[in-house]
Design a protein around this ligand. Structure first.
Ligand code: NAD
Length: 266
């Protein structure tokens, strides 16, 4: 059985991951990590599901990782960067689902993955992984005369914008169009903006209620629009993808992988 540790165990994704592990015979919960000031520290990780797992939620990362195969991390960038270093030191593989990393932090993840096996994807759902491929295919056909805009909606608690998934979709469109997202992205518009520059990729963000995650990539031409949309209705889709990624890492020692690798779409 694959020995899995969950970081952010009391968070929304942490809870979905625990449920996923309990339902999977190939996975064993080996540890559960959360920040030191979490009220759930010291409680059994299965408590909220009426289970006694014997695994207590702890802030002692090194002890939680001792003897583990893989860490599945859905927290915040500052915590994830710390876990990345400890995973490298202890040879524990990493499924990294956190979003909101800076360009420098993403470079550090890529450098560490030269020695450590890491799956890093801002959206672990099968549907969004497929959507990335569909966007690339559409962008190649709609390269001339179509404006690309990305619209995303999430629940009121989300702390980063635009979503990591929206950025990943933007990168997919940009690379298919031979553009660099860092120089062509427009994040929101206000006031007298002037006419739209044909080379830009625009982003619009909606936050509210309990929206799990909606993403639309819009190709707007003259006389027609193509809209590619994904809507997540449950966090289980991300959790199941992340646990699939954990299994994918079992046979790998190093390298940076994404969900296209995990699902064999490359
Ligand atoms: P959440 O706020 O419900 O949970 C975050 C968890 O991380 C909590 O347990 C919290 O205590 C812990 N945490 C926060 N800051 C910490 C710190 N500095 N040190 C240690 N622990 C810390 O958030 P969520 O909705 O579960 O999302 C978590 C992350 O996962 C976000 O970045 C979100 O965008 C991302 N996410 C990714 C995917 C994907 O498929 N890759 C899907 C959903 C969410």
């Amino acid at each position: 059985m694959l020995k899995v540790v969950i970081a952010g165990a009391s968070g929304r994704m942490g809870q979905a991951l625990l449920e996923g592990i309990f339902a999977d015979d190939e996975l064993q919960l080996h540890g559960a990590i959360d920040r030191a000031d979490s009220p759930r520290i010291g409680h059994d990780a299965g408590e909220q599901f009426g289970r006694v797992t014997g695994v207590k939620i702890t802030a002692d990362v090194a002890s939680a990782l001792a003897g583990a195969d893989v860490l599945v991390d859905f927290t915040r960038p500052e915590a994830s960067m710390e876990y990345l270093a400890i995973c490298e030191k202890n040879g524990v593989k990493l499924v990294l689902g956190t979003t909101g990393f800076s360009v420098e932090q993403k470079q550090q993840i890529a450098t560490t993955a030269q020695k450590l096996a890491v799956v890093f994807a801002p959206n672990m759902s099968v549907g969004v992984t497929l959507l990335i491929n569909l966007v690339q295919a559409a962008a190649k056909v709609l390269a001339d005369g179509y404006d690309v805009e990305i619209i995303e909606a999430h629940h009121r608690h989300k702390v980063d914008a635009p979503s990591g998934t929206a950025l990943r979709l933007g990168e997919a469109a940009a690379s298919a169009l031979g553009r660099d997202l860092q120089t062509c992205a427009v994040y929101g518009r206000e006031g007298v903006t002037g006419e739209r520059d044909a080379n830009t990729i625009g982003f619009a963000t909606v936050r509210g209620g309990d929206v799990v995650g909606d993403h639309t990539v819009l190709f707007a031409g003259i006389g027609e629009r193509v809209e590619l949309t994904h809507k997540a209705s449950s966090r289980a889709t991300f959790a199941l993808g992340a646990l699939r990624a954990a299994k994918y890492l079992a046979d790998r020692q190093s390298g940076l992988f994404d969900m296209q690798d995990v699902l064999g779409l490359k």
